[in-house]
Ligand binder design. Structure first.
Ligand code: GNR
Ligand code: NI
Length: 171
């Protein structure tokens, strides 16, 4: 298992649309393990493959609280099949936009179809933090960031700040 470097705003990779996974094999399981290790190290509660530079439709999540047993979950080719009309608001952050947080409103409950790490089709109905996190990660697979859900003024300020920071420390 390897901790991989995170892709940070404004890297254009974050705007790429990730491609479906065609086969769940040992290489893909190794990628899932690397993503989990990178997420736990950060630390974060979710990670999409594109955040370590791999434009494939896979994400990992662990919303277990500190002190609770780990609950690593792998979602391959996830699709939202239903979303509730009820909304909920969470303060979100993103490992690709370090130290910036903002409230985002999203459907409170989503049902998501996906392949698990054994390639078996599964459906989960998620609420609470898991629902928010799944939507945040599935957005990444479509090149969408949580700052796309806030006001244009705030978004442009964040992008400007990270663009400046990237220029002062190239590579
Ligand atoms: O670690 C993370 N925390 C978080 C908090 C609220 C809503 C979404 C998230 S996901 C984020 C990790 C990340 O950037 N995943 O893409
Ligand atoms: Ni993120």
């Amino acid at each position: 298992m390897t901790i991989k470097p995170l892709i940070i705003l404004p890297d254009p990779l974050l705007r790429q649309i990730s491609k479906p996974i065609e086969r769940v094999d040992r290489d893909l399981q190794r990628l899932a393990d690397d993503m989990l290790e990178t997420m736990y190290d950060a630390p974060g509660i979710g990670l999409a493959a594109i955040q370590i530079g791999v434009p494939r439709r896979m994400l990992v999540i662990d919303v277990a609280r500190e002190g609770e047993e780990k609950q690593p979950q792998v979602f391959i080719n996830p699709e939202i099949v239903t979303s509730s009309d009820e909304r909920s608001v969470y303060e979100e952050g993103c490992l690709s936009i370090p130290d910036y947080y903002a409230e985002v409103e999203r459907p409170a409950i989503v049902s998501v179809k996906f392949l698990d790490r054994n390639g078996q089709e599964q459906t989960v109905e998620a609420d609470g933090l898991l629902a928010t996190c799944l939507q945040h990660e599935i957005d990444h697979l479509n090149g969408v960031l949580f700052i796309d859900h806030i006001s244009r003024l705030k978004r442009e300020m964040v992008i400007k700040k990270f663009t400046k920071a990237a220029k002062s420390k190239p590579l």
